[in-house]
Design a protein around this ligand. Structure first.
Ligand code: ARG
Length: 347
């Protein structure tokens, strides 16, 4: 662990995110499943339960002052969750994906989060909870794999048929919940689920700004990926600048389908993304971040500026030209201080 890693502990993250988010996902790496599940879920729960993000409260962010302020002076600000219908309902979607990286185990994420009391905690925050049965990736992915003999081999996108089929089902579900005015809370699964979450979200709400809390940039595309693992690609696959036509990847053809309301296939403009917590990025990703001008806060920045300031800057970047846009938070537990979540065998 380096000194700067120590700064990104859950407490800081929880206290710093005084955000008005409308959707969230959380993803795992197998070695990180056990201990952090309680912390991970409390983190997400806190996000869902957040109150107003006034500049006054955000100013105190990093050290937890903003959060203490909320507890002392709770507000019931209707300007929050503007994109969520009343009564507020969170749709909990289990996405037990394992095919985006080499290890089995990430499929236990939804179960462990539920076991650690997620649903009760959500309801105690005053939300209605819609607990949807986990997506049946065993069946969906096995069915998709049947086509593998008739399909060309993936161009450096491992298990793309399985990841593609699973994420297509996830995208449909996320999109339908957003269109009902619900808050989709997606429980991974490895981070290739981001392909499904982002596709569904961007089809329903193309203006969405994305905050990607992760040690990794996940900005690879098959032409440059060093590992071929799709958990390293969800953001790259959403950027037109990095991949023109996703139909070249077997299993991802659906990503080029028009959105129902005619807004085109789901795409994320580079200025609609902010990274928080980077500490392990590939050569090509580094180049892309620079070329595309993506806003990126590394562990160094968090250590240097403090997480409160980093979050102020992140929000400023996403909201300055579009103060009413929805936000999506994607949280990979490997962003957490390795003292709490062992990052063995990242790739
Ligand atoms: N969400 C993650 N854990 N991503 C890990 C990605 C690691 C590496 N950059 C790759 O593309 O293979």
């Amino acid at each position: 662990m380096s000194a700067c890693d120590a700064n990104l502990d859950h407490r800081y993250l929880i206290d710093a995110f005084d955000l008005n988010i409308e959707s969230a996902d959380i993803s795992f790496y197998p070695t990180m499943l056990r201990y952090p599940s309680r912390r991970a879920q409390s983190y997400v729960v806190r996000q869902v339960g957040k109150r107003a993000a006034s500049s006054e409260t955000r100013a105190g962010g990093g050290a937890g002052i903003g959060n203490v302020h909320h507890q002392l002076f709770p507000t019931d600000d209707n300007s929050l969750f503007r994109h969520v219908a009343q009564p507020r309902t969170v749709s909990v979607i289990g996405a037990p994906m394992t095919y985006g990286q080499p290890f089995v185990g990430t499929d236990r994420g939804p179960e462990l989060l539920r076991e650690s009391g997620l649903l009760k905690d959500l309801s105690s925050l005053g939300w209605r909870v819609e607990d949807i049965p986990d997506l049946d990736f065993d069946a969906i992915c096995a069915e998709a794999a049947k086509n593998s003999s008739t399909c060309s081999v993936s161009p450096n996108a491992k298990h793309s048929l399985q990841v593609g089929a699973g994420c297509s089902a996830l995208a449909d579900l996320v999109e339908s919940k957003l269109r009902l005015g619900r808050f989709p809370l997606i429980l991974g699964g490895d981070h290739s689920i981001g392909i499904g979450s982002l596709a569904g979200i961007l089809r329903a709400k193309p203006q969405t700004g994305v905050i990607w809390v992760d040690a990794h940039a996940d900005l690879n595309v098959p032409t440059v990926s060093e590992s071929g693992n799709m958990h390293g690609m969800p953001l790259g696959l959403m950027m037109k600048e990095l991949i023109e036509d996703r139909r070249i990847i077997p299993g991802l053809e659906w990503l080029e389908d028009e959105s129902k309301d005619g807004s085109g296939p789901p795409r994320l403009p580079p200025d609609s993304l902010v990274y928080v917590g980077l500490r392990d990025i590939d050569q090509a990703e580094r180049r892309f971040i620079k070329q595309l001008g993506i806003k990126a806060f590394t562990m160094y920045d968090i250590d240097h500026l403090g997480i409160g300031r980093v979050m102020d800057l992140a929000l400023e970047h996403l909201m300055k030209n579009n103060p009413d846009r929805p936000l999506h938070l994607s949280y990979d537990i490997d962003a957490v201080d390795p003292v709490h979540a062992l990052p063995q065998g990242q790739r």
